[in-house]
Design a protein around this ligand. Sequence first.
Ligand SMILES: NC(=O)c1ccc[n+]([C@@H]2O[C@H](COP(=O)([O-])OP(=O)(O)OC[C@H]3O[C@@H](n4cnc5c(N)ncnc54)[C@H](OP(=O)(O)O)[C@@H]3O)[C@@H](O)[C@H]2O)c1
Length: 331
Amino acid sequence: MKAIAQDRYGPADVLGLRDIDVPTAGAGEVLVQVRAAGVDPGVWICMTGRPYLARLAMGLRRPKVAVRGRDLAGVVAAVGAGVTRFRPGDEVYGTSLRGTYAEFTAAPQQRLALKPANLSFEQAAAVPVSGMTALQAVRDSGAVRAGHRVLVIGAGGGVGSYVVQLAKAYGAHVTAVCSAPKADLVRSLGADDVVDYTRDGIDRDGARYDVVIDTGGDRPLSVLRRVLTPRGTLVLVGGAYDGSPLLGGYSRQMLRAPLLALFVGQRLRGLTGRERAEHLDELRRLIEAGAVMPAVDRTYPLAGAPDAIRHLTGNRPAGKLVVAVTAGDPR
Ligand SMILES: NC(=O)c1ccc[n+]([C@@H]2O[C@H](COP(=O)([O-])OP(=O)(O)OC[C@H]3O[C@@H](n4cnc5c(N)ncnc54)[C@H](OP(=O)(O)O)[C@@H]3O)[C@@H](O)[C@H]2O)c1
């Protein structure tokens, strides 16, 4: 089968289109014929091996898994022993740790769920990592409730575009922070107010928020806390790569926020997203109800996956990028 793979860490040039063996589905695993795969900053981290801390999981000197991509939408081709939730022919979406920029991948059944019926494969592939992260930021870490005032930083990005919609679905009043070219998108996703951060500070009118969900930029905790109510909740999802080779932009989440949270009334939480079928099922429910829709900026062919990653890091897409995979044959 065709796959986008790499042998060493580096920029997108290390990726190549290769012929490799179709994986087999082990016990509890599902072999999926991939029809589309999402692109997100996690793919860039796996490709570059930066920040270095991530290499503890991915392989110290070279990537343990050669094929890139994590999100998938496709059709079940075969199931391994003990798989009870899926049958060949089911249309599914979810994640795989064996790489999804490929004609086939294998994934544990707990990482998959039935695809939302009202989405194409390309749209569905834009959901898993970003949608599940947003769901956990809004529902679990942020505990967003009806009537809350929620500030979403990075609202026009992959995660932020779902955060805006989910916060609205849970009944919040949403202020979206993004650059001017993404203002129309975030309004179309339901944002009540928009702050263009290239022109105004996030505290431009003295507003205070019950929940702040930060997915972009590198604002210090002091700036983020200033726009929170005294008992408000800050959820740190991610942000700009700050150039630190060891931790990247994660030091706020992992080190500073939990320490500071011990001494202040506000809740300061770093999010480590988990990927579970329960999250995918909840997202399918919201998508089929019309409360959430993926915002797909552009779709690339499989051979164009390196360009998709370059686009993600260089051109600030509005919403999500997707890699479409042409169907192959497992045998
Ligand atoms: N914690 C977790 O489990 C988890 C899971 C998934 C992703 N992440 C992390 O979350 C972050 C966002 O992921 P993503 O997929 O949404 O990335 P993305 O699609 O690249 O979106 C990031 C957004 O941040 C915005 N941005 C950049 N600088 C900004 C600034 N100074 N102020 C406000 N917004 C700014 C960009 O919008 P403009 O073009 O408008 O500037 C962009 O739309 C990344 O760091 C990613 O690694 C964490």
